[in-house]
Design a protein around this ligand. Sequence first.
Ligand code: HEM
Length: 258
Amino acid sequence: MESTKSNPRDATGSDLSDQIKAVTRDSHVRAENTQLMLNYQKGQITQTQYKLLLCSLYEIYQALEEELDRNANHLAVQPIYFPQELARLESLELDLEHFFGPHWRKRITIGKNSPLLLVAHAYTRYLGDLSGGQVLGKITQKSLGLSGNKGVLFFSFPGVSSPNKFKQLYRSRMNSIELTEKQRREVLDEATRAFEFNIEVFDDLQKMLSITQEASSEKGNATESKTASNAFSSSPVLQFALGVGITLATVGMGVYAF
Ligand code: HEM
C-alpha cells in the first residue's frame, strides 16, 4: 500500500513555503492592486479609512488567533505557532482603544475546527504583515501624523528583531509540517482562498468608504444612514475561509462610530 505521508521535500522538489508563495503570487498582485491598497501605497489613507481597516483586521485576527490558540498542539499548527512573536489581537485592541476610546466593544465570532487550514491563513496574514505590512505601517504613521507607535501597534512586532530572518524561520517551520499530498493541496488551495477573502474585505471596505464619504459630503441629509445600512446589507458577507462568518454589521457598527 502506498504511503499517505509525503516528505515536505517530496518529488516536486519544492517546499511548502515555495509552493504557497507560487500559488498565491497572482492573488498577491491582485491584493496589492485593490483600490484600497493602491491608495494606501500613495499615502492616501485617512483616519476614517484606517479606523475601518482596524475594525476588519480585529475581526480577522480574533478568529485566526482564537483558532491558533485552540489548536496550538495540533501537529500542523505547533511548528508555526508563535504567539509571543506574532499575535496581533492585543495590539489591535490597543489601537482600537486609541481611536475609539475605552468603551469600544468586542464582537463575537464562531470558529470551526480545521487546524490544518490555519497554516494557510496564518501564512497569508503574518508573512504579509512582516513584508508589505511594514511599509504600510510607516505610511499610516506619516499620513495620519501619529506620534510613536500610538495607534499603529498592529504593524509593530517587538518580539521579532529581524522580519526577514523571522520569515525564513517561519518558512522552515512550515516546511517541517508532515503533509499527505491531499493535505498539501488543501493548504495550497486554502491559501488562495485566504488571499481572495482578504481582497474581498478590501473591496467591501472600499465600497463602504465611498458610502461614508458620500454621506459625510451630504451632511444633514435625512436619508444618509438609511442609504448606508441598505448598502451594508446588500454588500457580500465577509466570509472568512476558516468557516468563520463575519457579518458586515460588525464593521457597519464601526462605521457609525466614526
Ligand atoms: C500595499 C500592498 C502590499 C504590498 C506593497 C506588499 C508587498 C510585499 C512584499 C515586498 C513582499 C516580500 C516579497 C518577497 O519576499 O519576495 C510581500 C510578501 C508577502 N505578502 Fe504582501 N504586499 C501587499 C499586500 C499584501 C496583502 C493584502 C497580503 C495578504 C492579505 C499580503 C501577503 C503577503 C505574504 C503572505 C507575503 C509572503 C510571501 C512569501 O515570502 O511567501 N501582502 N508583500
